[in-house]
Ligand binder design. Sequence first.
Ligand code: NDP
Length: 304
Amino acid sequence: MRILILGPTGQIGYQLSQLSKSAIDVSEVITAGRREADVLLDPLDRVALSNLFAEVQPDIVINAIAHTAVDNAESEIELAFQLNADLPAALADQCSQHNCLLIHYSTDFVFDGSENVPWLESSGTNPLSVYGRSKLAGEKAIQISSCAHLILRTSWVYGGRGSNFLLTMLRLAKERESLAVVSDQIGSPTCSYDIAKATLELCERYKDDEEFVKSKRGIYHLTAFGETSWHGFAKEIFELAEGYESLAIKQLSAITTQQYPTPATRPAYSVLNCSLLKSTFDIELVDWKQALETCLKTYYKVNL
Ligand code: NDP
């Protein structure tokens, strides 16, 4: 079983490439991206992509490449669509030709956040941002293709590496005595490690029962259990981090989205209902607070 991981330098891609070395019984894992340590790949170059598939002959392709800078995407529309919509379309095409499984990530930002119950895979989409629209276009391109696929929608990704809310809060908590964080956006913070682990469990399942996984092709929600606001997330981060190091932060106040305007509009309530993943593949992630605690333990083991 050969697994091709695209984007091994990103938050999820890195965890995938690390975990796949030990946690999965496969004959080969190939990583492709912009680092010299990986097979070099320009994801916008269709000939290079086709050559990569011909050379690697993967059984599973995991696409962790994306334009994830949500605010920048408002002004980088072409690049956002190239990476988030055209690339998944090209990958679906290659996966169809090579009869391999495509695992792709999507986002809670495909929803407008106007409901206050967790969104189902079948709930109506209505993205509010360029990022959300480009990711939805990527989902649709894969869905209309004939390739076997699993589209995993996740949310509020954080971890010990990369650009994310956890690391930003840890930095600011050491620099500032007071901080104001938005409290009227509700979602489920999800650790990159947990997403990678669940993804590799799906790969194992495919290895054991290819036909079953192929018969279950579609979109699945994959986030930590539970919900909070960005303010609630920051509060929990500071409380846990204080057990490891001294922080400058003394006051954390709650503000509204209106008080913190950003170029991209975010959904107010983007909690995803993950019961389909549980009932289909028996995979479910732990509560977000428990996951954060575990993530910080690992982070401080490496960074103190
Ligand atoms: P990151 O932003 O951490 O990583 C993105 C990856 O894409 C990196 O490997 C990056 O390479 C690569 N990449 C970006 N632009 C290019 C380019 N022009 N050419 C080549 N490679 C490029 O992403 P995450 O791990 O956070 O996200 C993974 C998936 O999860 C995405 O599909 C995203 O939409 C989805 N998701 C993420 C959420 C989040 O909060 N981050 C929330 C919900 C879904 P390099 O390191 O070289 O820049």
